[in-house]
Design a binder for this molecule. Structure first.
Ligand SMILES: [Zn+2]
Length: 701
């Protein structure tokens, strides 16, 4: 007999309170001896694994929670980090949504999985480079003082949002800089020894008054577009008419720092040669694609680069077509400048294809521009490069490689704060049994996968292979798409720019309200909109049905069972629903994929409501044994609910934990499916989710 799904209904993304409580057209039957396999509540979604068949004969479906938990892969240790904010302003909604919050949820999940003592969650400000330098200059404050002020403010905001970092430092902070410098020296020395630093000369603006080179953005002048003549255009681009130009075309250039007239001077920089290891990068990314370990967008963005490509002029297209079938397998596409690009499976195929084209009179070039990026700068505010090459004396490391290396330095700082030897960082970064996961914006995927991957490989004795145990292990990434606010790109001029503090202080939300809503947006899958109307609707749901699910068992225990969890057994169907829910939960948490799973957790909470509707544990007039079993089951569901929601709304779940008088160690996956012992004394009801203004507080009893 097929399982019967009664009243199956998946909550829409923003189910209102009314819909949640509305009686199902098909009344929910909790227990019916004549109908085995009947499910208690609608705890299903599109991705929910199939329920066990009636006799439990399907060997692929676990029958209890411990069997589900045995299927999870547990890394030995976990390092979690996220994109680093510049030290130039307060943390805003975009930082929280795309970086810090998903990383915090994930690190709490890892803590529940392998013990918090085996998790390191680190972050800090990206201090170096011209961004901080220019902002400090604009504010008229010495750069050290400027960065410290911003950093302190960001640290407070992170704490207010319960971002549970082991350390929030910054690349220029005194506790971090010496470690960072040592690491940067190590990387550059190894990359140089492996022939992955290519020296290239270029011309760059120089401020003769300050005796220093100027990045393009530190030179302004009159736009060379005769129709524009804007007198404050950037050196390479006009922000009024959008005209892009060679820096030398700028009319009447001025140094932003001194107002002196800059001159063009020759300068030499190191370019990181990622092409040298692109086949190893390709092997790595293709492996991630096979295991579906990363989001398709990340795989697509990076494979697009590392699959070896060549290009030729469109005038040769006809000759190419005649040759096409004889070339190694490839894809072709048009590219700007009337070019045709061919993408091959590996470098050997590229070489063969290129030779065949040349033999047919089609000259081609390798499309490897992505693989050569300058990684040094002529600015003073940065990490000085080690004295390997006199021509590079006085240069500093570009902020991107600087910030990719930084989490290793942050890890050492965090471990030192715990009284552990800094070298123990290797247990996180150099152990294939450990897992390093980085959360960042989609725009930064290039840097965190390709540039970082090439830098890591470049420290090996042989960069042409994947790392061995003891070498720096390649990391996992979860990227976030853009967050829109009220349907538009967030910007100060549109008036839809919100700092993290503004949402708490001016808008009056609690951190958990914002955290829950942001987790529901699912930015790792698609760009999403932060909509205040939907946030408010969600908060009504949290304060209504969800609070009621928390409060009803506690109230009933106090009013009818002397404040204790009654002795009982699980009501039929509760175990099965729990097994399925936990199965779904651990899978989604591992993938950092939250929205659909959270809707199912919300539906799982409905079981408590159903138990109260059916058995009325709070009402003496109903049969006592059934009431005891129902309340025992309600506490069972409540405890699972609390554990599952903890990574999302930690402060609220901690208050619930205190009401249930359970120790903090209850926040562990191994506590899922373990009932609260009969006779356990329950504390008083607390304040869980706040009731939004204008919403009637419902009486849970
Ligand atoms: Zn212009």
């Amino acid at each position: 007999m097929a399982p019967v799904f009664r009243g199956q209904r998946r909550a829409p993304p923003c189910a209102s309170t009314a819909a949640w409580f509305a009686p199902s057209p098909d009344p929910v039957t909790l227990y019916d001896r004549n109908s085995q396999g009947k499910l208690l509540g609608p705890v299903t979604g599109p991705n929910t694994p199939q329920a066990p068949d009636v006799g439990g004969k399907n060997p692929h479906v676990p029958l209890d929670v411990p069997s589900v938990l045995k299927t999870i892969q547990r890394p030995r240790r976990a390092l979690v980090t996220s994109g680093m904010p510049y030290a130039n302003g307060p943390l805003h909604l975009g930082h929280l949504a795309g970086a810090h919050l998903p990383a915090d949820i994930y690190s709490r999940w890892m803590g529940m999985l392998i013990g918090r003592e085996n998790v390191l969650f680190v972050n800090g400000t990206d201090d170096h480079g011209s961004t901080s330098e220019v902002s400090a200059a604009a504010a008229g404050i010495p750069i050290r003082q400027f960065i410290d002020g911003i950093h302190a403010q960001q640290q407070v905001t992170l704490a207010r949002y319960a971002i549970g970092l082991d350390v929030y430092t910054g690349t220029s902070q005194p506790e971090t800089f010496p470690i960072q410098k040592q690491l940067c020296d190590f990387f550059l020395t190894r990359l140089h020894a492996n022939g992955m630093l290519e020296k290239r000369a270029s011309r760059q603006w120089y401020d003769p008054q300050l005796s220093r080179f100027l990045p393009d953005r530190l030179v302004r002048g009159t736009c060379p577009n005769p129709k524009c003549n804007y007198d404050n255009a950037y050196s390479d681009e006009c922000d009024r008419c959008g005209h892009q130009h060679e820096p030398t075309a700028l009319i009447n250039p001025k140094s932003v720092l001194s107002n002196a007239t800059p001159e063009m001077r020759d300068t030499v920089h190191w370019f990181l040669d990622m092409w040298k290891v692109s086949e190893t990068l390709r092997t790595w990314i293709e492996g991630k694609a096979r295991k579906k370990a990363w989001r398709p967008s990340v795989i697509a963005d990076t494979l697009e680069k590392v699959l070896p490509s060549l290009r030729f002029d469109g005038e040769h297209e006809e000759s190419y077509k005649a040759l096409k079938a004889t070339l190694p397998a490839h894809k072709s596409k048009y590219a700007p400048g009337k070019k045709v690009v061919l993408q091959f499976g590996d470098k050997a195929a590229l070489d063969a294809g290129r030779a065949a084209l040349a033999a047919a009179g089609i000259p081609s070039t390798i499309a490897d521009e992505w693989a050569h990026r300058s990684i040094t700068r002529d600015i003073a505010w940065g990490v000085p490069v080690p004295p390997i090459d006199p021509e590079l004396a006085g240069k500093t490391l570009y902020v991107w490689p600087d910030s990719l290396i930084a989490p290793i330095a942050f890890s050492q700082v965090a471990l030192a704060k715990k009284g552990l030897a800094p070298e123990t960082y290797a247990q996180y970064w150099r152990d294939p049994e450990a897992r390093v996961t980085q959360f960042l914006g989609q725009d930064n995927v290039f840097f965190y996968v390709l540039m970082q991957g090439a830098m890591w490989l470049g420290t090996q004795d042989d960069p042409q292979r994947l790392p061995l145990p003891g070498e720096l292990q390649l990391t996992d990434i979860v990227s976030a798409f853009h967050l829109m606010v009220s349907g538009e790109k967030m910007s100060k001029s549109r008036g839809n720019f919100y700092s993290g503090d503004q949402l708490l202080d001016e808008k009056g939300y609690t951190a958990d309200q914002v955290r829950y809503y942001l987790a529901l947006l699912g930015l790792s899958e698609k760009p999403s909109d932060f909509d205040f109307g939907k946030l408010d609707e969600r908060n009504r749901f949290l304060a209504g049905p969800l609070n009621a699910a928390f409060e009803r068992p506690i109230s009933a225990a106090h009013s009818k069972f002397e404040g204790r969890v009654p002795d009982g057994v699980l009501v039929d169907g509760v175990l099965k629903d729990t097994v399925r829910m936990v199965q779904r939960y651990v899978k989604s948490m591992d993938r950092a994929d939250y929205p659909n799973m959270l809707f199912e957790v919300e539906n799982y909470a409905r079981i408590i409501n159903s138990l109260f509707a059916q058995y009325k544990p709070h009402d003496d007039r109903h049969p006592e044994e059934a009431r005891r079993n129902a309340l025992f089951s309600a506490f069972y569901v409540l405890k699972n609910l609390m554990i599952m929601l903890y990574p999302f709304v930690p402060a609220t779940m901690d208050r619930l934990r205190e009401s249930l008088r359970l120790p903090p160690t209850v926040f562990s996956v191994d506590e899922l499916g373990v009932p609260i012992s009969p006779g356990h004394a329950i504390g008083p009801k607390g304040d869980y989710f706040p009731v939004p203004a204008g919403m009637e507080r419902s009486d849970p009893a």
